[in-house]
Design a protein around this ligand. Structure first.
Ligand SMILES: NC(=O)c1ccc[n+]([C@@H]2O[C@H](COP(=O)([O-])OP(=O)(O)OC[C@H]3O[C@@H](n4cnc5c(N)ncnc54)[C@H](OP(=O)(O)O)[C@@H]3O)[C@@H](O)[C@H]2O)c1
Length: 314
């Protein structure tokens, strides 16, 4: 089954997720969708100093938005902020330093942001990476891929929702990955035991499946907020270069630019028509896409889903 899923995902990737996939899809895009002024709107983007997150921040800033960049390195965050302010002439770009793999500090940051800011309209859970070696975080003893890609965004979103729900039409956009199509949800959301056959790509794909399931869960629970998740395609970024190894070496000429990868995130943040698409949907290139490959048996049972949600909450 894994071989079948990988073969199908690779073929789908070549056609739809590559640079050519973007160029073909973009022929159908309506640029009026994103020709909006968002002065006064408040956005938060995690992993905003690089790749897709940086492009998203720049696009939101260029339309007048106030953007809060959540990054782990002050130096990289300030360099990206300077570049964005220079390009957009928008000074309302703010840096917050949080290592998302440290869950306690994510919770503390969300609490202090909620106490000191009266408004947050849109949250983009973008930060993520594939850490090659199995290790536990020092603070909470969580497997590091799980802490960075899943638990951090769970805690950040849950903690910020009360503030966001005060806004008129709040949105949460989760950057997942088509890699999740390889994985069925594992209800035991994490383990402290090192598996015999640890594969970073599987750990990463499981996290992205978790974020997709969380998107659906939040959509059911919070009807006043619009939730979406998306796959950016194969995008030439530091995370892709570090995480994909040989695949990146052989295929990078087919990878999209960060701006192309960011396009659907920007559209999900800005387009009016997004709000009439059911909350909880998964997107690729501005279109609702399937959350499971045909015949791939990756759909979780209700029981597994509720066990997973219990595991996240505990
Ligand atoms: N590139 C692709 O082909 C592809 C495909 C599918 C999905 N995605 C997803 O797209 C999202 C953005 O990635 P990207 O491709 O744009 O890569 P990128 O340019 O390397 O950006 C990743 C961002 O996440 C930040 N980050 C990673 N771990 C963090 C932590 N512990 N605390 C705080 N920030 C952290 C990075 O910070 P530093 O700069 O400090 O490292 C960086 O700002 C990720 O969720 C990724 O999984 C990418």
């Amino acid at each position: 089954m894994t071989v079948y899923r990988k073969a199908l995902l690779f073929t789908k990737g070549l056609i739809y997720e590559s640079k050519n996939g973007y160029i073909n899809a973009a022929k159908q895009f309506d640029q009026n969708d994103v020709s909006v002024d968002v002065t006064g709107h408040v956005f938060m983007v995690t992993g905003a100093n690089s790749g897709i997150g940086k492009e998203v921040t720049k696009e939101l800033a260029s339309r007048g938005g106030e953007v809060h960049m959540v990054c782990r390195s002050l130096e990289r965050a300030n360099a990206a902020r300077d570049e964005i302010v220079k390009a957009t002439k928008n000074e309302k770009i703010f840096v917050h330093i949080v290592d998302l793999s440290n869950i306690r500090s994510v919770g503390e940051f969300a609490k202090s942001f909620s106490e000191s800011h009266g408004r947050l309209d849109t949250l983009v859970n973008n930060a993520g990476e594939m850490v090659a070696d199995w290790r536990l975080t020092e603070t909470e003893n969580l497997e590091v891929n799980f802490a960075t890609n899943s638990m951090s965004h769970f805690v950040l979103t849950e903690s910020l929702l009360p503030l966001m729900e005060k806004s008129e039409r709040p949105r949460v956009v989760n950057v997942t990955s088509s890699g999740m199509l390889l994985q069925c949800l594992n209800p035991k959301c994490f383990s402290k035991e090192k598996p015999n056959n640890f594969e970073a790509i599987i750990a990463y794909a499981q996290c992205k499946r978790q974020l997709t399931v969380l998107t659906e869960h939040w959509a059911e629970k919070h009807s006043s907020v619009h939730f979406s998740c998306m796959h950016p395609g194969w995008v030439d970024t530091p995370a892709a270069k570090r995480g994909l190894g040989d695949f990146y070496e052989k295929m990078s000429h087919k990878f999209r630019t960060p701006a192309q990868g960011a396009d659907t995130v920007v559209w999900l943040c800005l387009a009016e028509k997004v709000l009439s698409i059911p909350s909880g949907s998964y997107f690729q290139d501005r279109k609702v896409s399937m959350k499971h490959l045909p015949l791939a048996t990756t759909k979780e049972s209700k029981r597994d889903r509720s066990e997973f949600l219990k595991c996240m909450k505990n």
